[in-house]
Design a protein around this ligand. Structure first.
Ligand code: ZN
Length: 242
């Protein structure tokens, strides 16, 4: 039996499709939150297997060790009757992921490498999809992270290729607190629901980068302009005057 509460799901997102790149701490939590919000079609790609370090999250248990993260997540997601969850145990670079990107209304990247983030952004641009990036800071430096939102109508908006250095190894896995990644995922899911429903989206027309400080509990919203010569989106210069 399928039961949908109108009180807990104010927007009808049953037709909405979201693809998440990376099904680890942030990506796994995001899928749960989006399913709980009523998003009807979820999918995720991630080539990695569950390791003991992944167990301090609510997505995985010790029985999942060695299994692909996306497959383990599928078992948990099966409890969400209102959502379908499709998975691919492949990196974003794989051609097979493209069909998922093409079908999505929104692409969310929780990859833990810069190349993975740049390829996701490139594919989202190629297929004309709005996208978000969710990244936790290395917990040794500070607690918090960054969430970017790039709407198609924002011609001024930077993409990840505008500000991420492809040569920088930026992989904080191992020093992440699951409370931090879950908090970031919850904020990102809230933003995704706004974008998918088209309600409360004014802020995303003016700002595209959200610095989340989980030590002072402040969120700073920034407007980061496109960079001329960006290899992913930098075709024109008109947007910087918007
Ligand atoms: Zn760019």
């Amino acid at each position: 039996m399928t039961y949908t509460s109108r009180k807990t799901i104010p927007y009808d997102l049953r037709e909405a499709r979201v693809h998440t790149v990376g099904a680890g701490r942030a990506g796994g939590a995001l899928n749960f939150f989006l399913a709980g919000a009523g998003v009807g079609a979820l999918s995720s790609n991630d080539p990695q297997a569950v390791e003991p370090d992944n167990l301090n999250t609510f997505a995985f248990s010790s029985a999942d060790i060695g299994a692909k993260k996306v497959k383990a997540l599928k078992h948990r997601m099966a409890l969400r009757e209102n959502s379908t969850f499709r998975w691919l145990a492949l990196p974003i670079q794989a051609d097979e992921v493209d069909a998922f990107i093409q079908a999505a209304d929104l692409v969310i990247c929780c990859a833990n490498t810069v190349p993975g983030r740049l390829v996701t952004e490139e594919k989202a641009i190629r297929y004309g999809k709005p996208m978000m990036q969710v990244a936790a800071f290395d917990g040794r430096d500070c607690l918090g992270g960054l969430i970017s939102v790039r709407l198609l109508e924002n011609s001024w908006s930077a993409c990840a290729g505008c500000y991420l250095d492809p040569n920088r190894n930026w992989s904080p896995a191992g020093t992440l607190l699951s409370t931090v990644t879950s908090a970031l995922a919850a904020l990102a899911a809230n933003m995704a629901v706004a974008i998918l429903s088209g309600v409360h989206t004014q802020v995303f027309r003016e700002k595209n980068l959200f610095y989340v400080d989980l030590e002072t509990y402040a969120i700073e919203a920034l407007a980061v302009q496109k960079r001329d010569g960006c290899p992913l989106c930098g075709k024109s210069t008109e947007m910087s005057n918007d």
